[in-house]
Write a protein that binds this ligand. Structure first.
Ligand SMILES: [Zn+2]
Length: 200
């Protein structure tokens, strides 16, 4: 059943489960500010995309050289892979998510990620960059900075790196449901507010 109103079509899509062709889909603009190799970036996209897909959210990646146009879109997220720490202190976090304003910007701190991977050969194939990107997108999609299990753990231990390598590290079912609900809410809020102020 398809409705012609955009919001209804998208909301109908969100109600389907993982694996369905109509699964919720977000677009992620990816800024590679750390000179990450194309191979590693693609591996990270693939790993993060898998984690989100298992949670019922498909990701369309768009790599931005220079600047990508940013249309007002509740399903658009922006992730930068940075070489340096932000001005604010972030402890030993490997990334951060900006929940204010549109709540759609996050970053992975690549120098820290490289340092973790270099520390232990067992972490080398963990696709840690992808897990960090999925984790920070998780904060944006959940709309809070709290931590949980799996992808949303506050800090990963050796067995979590093993899970990443074996593609077993996932969002919990509860988080997956909350993220899909939150996407539906973004679309509702946007359709109410977006027409009045597309810049907001
Ligand atoms: Zn976190």
């Amino acid at each position: 059943m398809r409705h012609t109103i955009l919001g209804w079509t998208l909301l109908a899509g969100l109600s389907y489960g993982a694996g369905d062709a109509d699964m919720a889909a977000i677009t992620v603009h990816l800024y590679n500010n750390a000179g990450v190799s194309r191979t590693e970036l693609h591996a990270a996209e693939s790993a993060a995309g898998w984690m989100l897909e298992k949670a019922g959210i498909a990701v369309r990646w768009q790599e931005c050289d220079g600047l990508c146009a940013q249309p007002s879109d509740p399903l658009l997220f922006v992730v930068s892979v940075n070489r340096q720490d932000p001005p604010q202190q972030t402890g030993d976090a490997l990334g951060f998510a900006l929940l204010k304003n549109r709540g759609n910007h996050a970053a992975a701190l690549y120098h820290r990620i490289s340092a973790v991977v270099a520390r232990d050969a067992a972490y080398r194939d963990s696709v840690l960059l992808g897990a960090v990107i999925a984790h920070e997108l998780g904060h944006l999609l959940l709309g809070h900075n709290r931590h949980g299990e799996g992808v949303m753990k506050a800090s990963w231990q050796r067995r979590d790196f093993e899970s990443m390598r074996q593609r077993r590290l996932r969002f919990t079912e509860e988080e997956a449901g909350q993220m899909r609900d939150s996407l539906s809410k973004r679309i509702r809020d946007w359709s109410v507010r977006g027409a009045a102020d597309p810049q907001e």
